[in-house]
Design a protein around this ligand. Structure first.
Ligand SMILES: Nc1ncnc2c1ncn2[C@@H]1O[C@H](COP(=O)(O)OP(=O)(O)OP(=O)(O)O)[C@@H](O)[C@H]1O
Ligand SMILES: [Mg+2]
Length: 280
């Protein structure tokens, strides 16, 4: 469902110069705009990946297209200009990722401190997030937000930022799981990095319906793509072909991790978190 922007909260100086906007459903969204320095196709990749992740049960933020009207830009022109990014979006439809910390309350981290790894509520989701990132050909680093609401004790990892999926602007996608997609030392939970724990996801990916995948690419607003026919085809081709790669590539990656994990003897065992010097 599409929402309309009602207030600018703040802008970020990161790659795509996104802003946090309040929308007419009362929620806050991290909005990536058409015409951003990384290209409007970032929005297309965000939308398609979010829809696929949602269907597969990967923890991602809710999302929605956000309409920014001419009146909104006019009313907030100065505030946009005064933000560190100085980026003033054009009126139109943009991509919104609903903030995981509801109404800006709660605590969020981009990187979880080592000492807090035992406070992660869904460590079993991390390998599934890697498998998904490989499936959609994300060539950027894997990015999470770790969030907890005020009364919660543990943090939930949520996968974000699919701006560089499908090989990003170059479209060149690695066919093997890159080392950088595998767990950093502070987030290793060895018991979950086993292909047997990912069987459910492999089957879901392999059974993604080609007709549904085609409809996803057709739904991308044309103004988000420089060359709609070519880019829709490229995204669809990746989604179709890579369904058959995930099981074998992730199984290989998990197997390659096992000796490393055993020799370092680190991880989360039962209720006890054991730290060790960083790997490499
Ligand atoms: N749904 C969300 N809920 C909470 N925080 C979010 C959400 N989406 C993004 N963020 C925050 O906004 C920051 C910027 O988001 P994102 O990485 O998607 O933008 P970007 O322009 O691609 O940045 P970069 O180029 O640095 O990766 C993230 O580092 C994260 O802190
Ligand atoms: Mg990012």
């Amino acid at each position: 469902m599409t929402h309309r922007a009602t207030a600018l909260i703040r802008s970020f100086n990161s790659g795509s110069l996104p802003s946090i906007l309040r929308a007419d459903d009362g929620n806050h969204y991290l909005v990536k705009f058409q015409g951003n320095p990384q290209g409007s196709s970032v929005l297309a990749r965000e939308l398609v990946c979010s829809r696929v992740a949602h269907a597969l049960g990967i923890p991602i933020p809710d999302f929605a297209p956000i309409v920014v009207s001419e009146e909104f830009i006019f009313a907030n022109h100065r505030s946009f200009r005064d933000q560190p990014s100085h980026f003033i979006p054009c009126p139109g439809i943009h991509f919104g990722s609903k903030l995981v910390a509801h109404d800006l309350v709660g605590q969020t981290y981009d990187v979880m401190p080592v000492a807090m790894a035992c406070k992660l509520r869904n460590p079993q989701a991390l390998p599934a997030m890697t498998a998904f990132s490989f499936y959609v050909g994300n060539i950027d680093r894997i990015q999470y937000v770790f969030c907890k609401l005020p009364r919660e004790k543990r943090y939930r990892a949520t996968l974000i930022d699919f701006g560089f999926a499908f090989g990003g602007p170059s479209g060149s996608i690695p066919s093997t799981v890159r080392n950088s997609m595998l767990p950093p030392s502070h987030l290793i939970f060895p018991q979950y990095w086993h292909e047997m724990n990912l069987g459910w996801l492999f089957s879901k990916i392999e059974h993604l319906d080609p007709i549904w995948l085609t409809s996803l690419t057709e739904d991308i607003p044309s103004e988000w793509l420089d060359d709609p026919i070519v880019e829709r085809f490229r995204i669809l081709q990746a989604l179709l072909i890579r369904r058959a790669l995930v099981r074998s590539q992730m199984s290989e990656a998990c197997a390659s991790l096992r000796p490393r994990l055993r020799s370092k003897r680190i991880g989360y065992y039962g209720s006890k978190w054991m730290t060790a010097p960083p790997m490499n």
